[in-house]
Design a protein around this ligand. Structure first.
Ligand code: GTP
Ligand code: MG
Length: 454
């Protein structure tokens, strides 16, 4: 991005809503003099100029040079520092006609506004102290969220969840740094194991950083979804369960062994997690070449799935093949074993196998909960703090690495100077997450991924 990106006072303009025909559209401006510039093209300039902020104004945008009305609008005036960017600004609510929007933006550019770069509004908000970097990233995550849960998790980050957590961790480490510096000032004292440096708070901080790193995997699941495959012998009830998950009669069900010959896939959402669910061909020694190929493809799907739901026909009990697979994978976190057809008389359900009936739905909601906690490794209520930014994950890993060397140095009585250096590196990495320590490159990287108008 060009240097002008860093002229953070310049008045800018951009369409904040989608570029498509709609009832209303919002055009946003921000920067020094933007209220005065807007007044030049508005039929009621006095009301705009005298506004002290947070007021709405009704009128027309006009093309002065041709004395022509462009659109009837309402305009919201913001005065620094009480605005999204912290600057003066006007938000224009106009009709959502594409030629109309284009004309308004052209008029505003003629009046002195420059078109905003992607993320420029949010970048100004960050630079003016309206939010930290993790919150700025959450703005983009909210706009891009694909499920209610993903949205609520991002909202949690926007309201400062990451910032608060990082501040708490940092506080512990800053206290530790203080103790170390005191000891450094008294070089005659013994160092290492005999120092009064409390390892507890260091271990706490390390644990919290690692927990936060681990949430990235879960955050990603909510964002991108996971593949889950139904597997098992023929007639076990895979297609029946597939249909139950979809709440739709999608896959053919019959009592003929080998009904499903090719795999079938569909997207479902389970507690906000997007899941690509596969129904597969029943596993057996098939003879027909088409079925053989179907089984080969199904095995491929099963191998690549994040989670395999292995279905056993509970009305007949485990076949020899079921037994073999059960003993091989029963402790594998990527497998769940399901005892289907519990509505029919069947032998006792073996330990570790989940009882359900695809016909009566008995046990199905329990199964959904188990799948959910298996996929996320935790109970998600939507209020948790999860990170969804690869940048933040990388920095947390850097912080964890340097903290590990702090720990090792303290344990092995290595010089306190080295300890202090590693601790500073940890604090720097944490500071970069919230944006206390940043370079222009980092900012460009983050904000260029935004849409224009944000
Ligand atoms: N009583 C009872 N019957 C079930 C249940 N689930 C499936 N069935 C029946 O079992 C038979 C096989 O069901 P499918 O869903 O086609 O089984 P599948 O595992 O997809 O079989 P293939 O496609 O041949 O591998 C059908 O007649 C279903 O109606 C259940 O929970 N209870
Ligand atoms: Mg089937």
């Amino acid at each position: 991005m060009e240097d002008q990106f860093y002229d953070t006072d310049e008045p800018i303009v951009a369409l904040a809503t989608a570029w498509s025909e709609s009832a209303l559209a919002v055009i946003r401006t921000s920067g020094k003099g933007s209220v005065e510039l807007f007044a030049k093209v508005f039929t009621n300039p006095k009301s705009i100029l005298s506004s002290t902020g947070f007021t709405m104004h009704y009128g027309y945008i006009t093309d002065q040079s041709r004395g022509k009305k462009i659109d009837q609008v309402t305009a919201a005036v913001y005065r620094s520092p009480k605005s999204y960017t912290g600057q003066d600004g006007v938000e224009i609510f106009c009709h959502g006609s594409l030629p109309g929007i284009e004309s308004i933006i052209t008029i505003l550019k003629k009046a002195g506004f420059r078109e905003a770069a992607p993320g420029e509004f949010t970048m100004r908000a960050f630079l003016n102290g309206k939010m930290d970097l993790s919150q700025a990233e959450a703005v983009a995550e909210i706009v891009g969220s694909k499920s209610k849960q993903a949205h609520s998790l991002a909202l949690n980050r926007l309201s400062g969840g990451v910032l608060e957590k990082i501040d708490l961790i940092k506080k512990k480490l800053v206290d530790l740094m203080g103790l170390i510096e005191v000891q450094l000032d008294y070089p005659d004292d013994e160092i290492g194991g005999d120092t009064d440096i409390p390892l507890d708070s260091l271990l706490d901080a390390e644990k919290e950083i690692i927990n936060l790193i681990n949430t990235y995997r879960v955050g990603k699941i909510f964002h991108e979804g996971v593949a889950v495959a139904l597997a098992g012998g023929t007639n076990a009830g895979k297609s029946s369960l597939f249909n139950l998950f979809l709440k739709e009669d999608r896959s053919i069900v019959s009592d003929i062994n080998g009904t499903t010959r090719d795999y079938i896939e569909s997207w479902i959402t389970l507690e906000g997690i997007p899941i690509r669910l596969f129904d597969t061909a029943g596993l057996r020694d098939a003879e027909h070449p088409i079925e053989v190929e179907g089984i080969r493809r199904s095995e491929e799907i099963i191998k690549n799935a994040s989670l395999v739901l292995y279905i056993i026909d509970g009305s007949t009990g485990m076949t020899a093949e079921d037994k073999e697979i059960f003993s091989k994978y029963k402790n594998d976190p990527d497998y769940l074993f399901i005892w289907n057809k519990i509505d029919k008389l069947s032998a006792g359900v073996p330990d570790g196998v989940i009882p359900v009936s695809a016909v009566t739905s008995e046990g199905f909601s329990d199964l959904e909960n188990i799948i959910n906690s298996r996929l996320t490794g935790m109970e998600i209520s939507g209020s948790e703090l999860m990170i969804d930014s690869l940048r933040q994950k990388g920095l947390l890993e850097r912080a964890a690495r340097s903290l590990r060397s702090v720990k090792l140095s303290l344990e092995n009585s290595i010089s306190l100077d080295a300890v202090a250096m590693d601790l500073k590196e940890t604090l720097d990495a944490l500071g970069e997450i919230t944006g206390e320590v940043t370079s222009e490159d980092i900012l460009n990287n983050i904000f260029s991924g935004f849409c224009v108008g944000k």
